[in-house]
Design a protein around this ligand. Structure first.
Ligand code: ZN
Length: 134
């Protein structure tokens, strides 16, 4: 697979409303989009740092993976997302062939209209890994 850059860092927060003042007023970043991704049961807020985005993730339901992550003591960086130049479907096939555990066996629609798929942290040195394609 060909990774062009880090597309975004996903950061789990209890509340986007409570987290945004830190990112905007202290770090001086600007939130340019807030979007709910219904099938993932999350609300997302995006900020840009150069070409890389920060995706704040807030659970919209107690059974959201973000709610469970926070409940289990998780905080801060939740996943890293790579922009794949030659397609997520390609990358998934390659990962599967190399014995990587896939969370998504096919690309699906994520925030900002991207095609996304996740790799299981058990196969990725502990970091939940998202593959993205425009
Ligand atoms: Zn993400």
């Amino acid at each position: 697979m060909k990774i062009s850059h880090i597309e975004h860092l996903g950061i789990a927060v209890k509340s986007i409303e409570e987290a945004l003042p830190y990112y905007e007023n202290v770090l001086g970043l600007k939130c340019y989009n807030i979007e709910e991704v219904a099938d993932q049961k999350v609300k997302t807020a995006f900020l840009k740092v150069g070409e890389v985005k920060i995706e704040l993730l807030e659970a919209t339901s107690p059974d959201s993976t973000i709610a469970k992550y926070l409940e289990n003591g998780g905080r801060g960086i939740h996943h890293i997302a790579f922009a794949i130049e030659d397609g997520v479907a390609n990358a998934l096939a390659e990962c599967d062939e190399k014995g990587i555990r896939l969370i998504d066996s096919a690309p699906r629609k994520g925030a900002e209209g991207l095609q996304i798929a996740f790799l299981h942290p058990k196969s990725t040195c502990g970091i939940l890994t998202e593959l993205c394609e425009k």
